[in-house]
Design a protein. Structure first.
Length: 367
């Protein structure tokens, strides 16, 4: 018998239902469907040991958000996806306490880079609350950690996270990782959230030690995006659609390790969905709107646009205006200091237009 591989609880339930050997009701498992922000959501609750044995997953709740229409780029597609992920995650998390967000995976291998990339969009606040508790009193303490992989660090992800938990003492851990799906249609088109923890490396077939409450001592919540399909599983599904059956040994003949299939534009898809996950975590942990999250993450589009307008108005003959991409925030004085290089014809221009330059920066500070 061929065992099809999947990390999604939704698909594990489907496989059980499809099995010809199963003629009885699936006990210990409850499934419900709903819609959130226009995206279908399937909740699978594994209630007891019968459900664990049937689906091969630990007891708990699994939410699968179908983001297929995300790629149609309809109105507010990103904002709605963020709210959908954030709302479901917020319902799972404790209402208070510090959070450690862990990005699992290999940043150098795109299908496995969901975790590291998602952390680029997570607001890190733990150090700010320690340094300036009054100014950041409204924020929840959040820290983040990229584990890397055993092959490049020599340290198991579970070992590294366990040591960090012992030092930082978070109230909860959110682990982000790549997963494997049985169907191509769900690759980079679904997000699974659960309160059961996660096994790092599952998405690329390299299962390591589990990250869960038993191993870490704190509640562990997982967010996973399927980025690959096991090639043998895909082949078996295609053959079954044609009424053919095949043994696993035949599909895996000549290959010591499983082969994974991933989309051609995996780079762009992983990048976009990792941003959705990062923003969704912020939505769940902090009392912020999406545009506020963008501003706090250092969005520079507005500054670049205003700089271009100012150059056109006050010195249209300037050839280039290059921002250095950094800014220093002084929270005690409520000021932001930055710098840019303006290519001009002569240095006298700066002195002649000093008042206008200062006025422009004063306006930017107000904005």
């Amino acid at each position: 018998m061929f065992i099809k591989r999947t990390d999604l609880a939704l698909e594990a339930r489907e496989l059980w239902q499809e099995s010809a050997e199963r003629t009885t009701r699936l006990m210990g498992v409850k499934a419900t469907k709903s819609k959130l922000e226009g995206y279908p959501v399937t909740r699978v609750d594994i209630l007891d040991h019968r459900g664990e044995e049937a689906l091969g997953k630990p007891q708990g709740s699994y939410f699968t958000i179908d983001l297929t229409t995300f790629w149609q780029r309809k109105a507010d597609f990103f904002e709605r996806a963020v709210r959908a992920v954030g709302t479901e995650l917020k319902a799972l998390l404790p209402v208070e306490g510090s959070a450690l967000v862990v990005g699992l995976g290999n940043a150098a291998m795109t299908p496995d880079a969901v975790g590291p990339l998602a952390l680029d969009s997570v607001l890190i606040t733990r150090h700010l609350l320690s340094a300036m508790p009054k100014q950041f009193a409204g924020f929840r303490p959040v820290s983040a950690f990229r584990t890397g992989v055993l092959g490049t660090t020599g340290v198991e992800s579970a070992e590294a996270v366990r040591g960090l938990v012992e030092q930082v003492h978070p109230s909860l851990v959110i682990a982000i990782d790549a997963l494997a799906s049985r169907r191509c249609q769900r690759v980079c088109a679904t997000v699974q959230l659960s309160n059961t923890g996660i096994v790092p490396g599952s998405g690329v077939g390299n299962h390591r030690w589990a990250l869960d409450q038993k191993t870490l001592g704190v509640p562990v919540f997982s967010i996973g995006i399927p980025t690959v399909v096991d090639a043998a599983t895909l082949a078996a599904d295609l053959l079954e659609e044609q009424g053919l059956t095949v043994e696993e040994s035949q599909l895996r003949r000549g290959r010591a390790k499983p082969m994974m299939v991933t989309p051609r534009d995996i780079d762009a898809q992983v990048r976009d969905l990792a941003k959705v996950v990062g923003y969704g975590i912020n939505w769940a942990l902090q009392d912020l709107e999406i545009d506020e999250i963008t501003a706090l993450l250092g969005g520079t589009d507005n500054l670049t646009s205003e700089l271009s307008k100012w150059c056109a108005a006050y010195y249209p003959t300037a050839s280039t205006a290059t921002w250095n991409g950094t800014a220093t925030i002084n929270y005690n004085e409520n000021t932001i200091t930055t710098a840019f290089t303006l290519a001009v014809a002569d240095t006298a221009w700066g002195a002649e237009n000093e008042a206008d330059i200062k006025a422009w920066f004063a306006d930017m500070s107000a904005m």
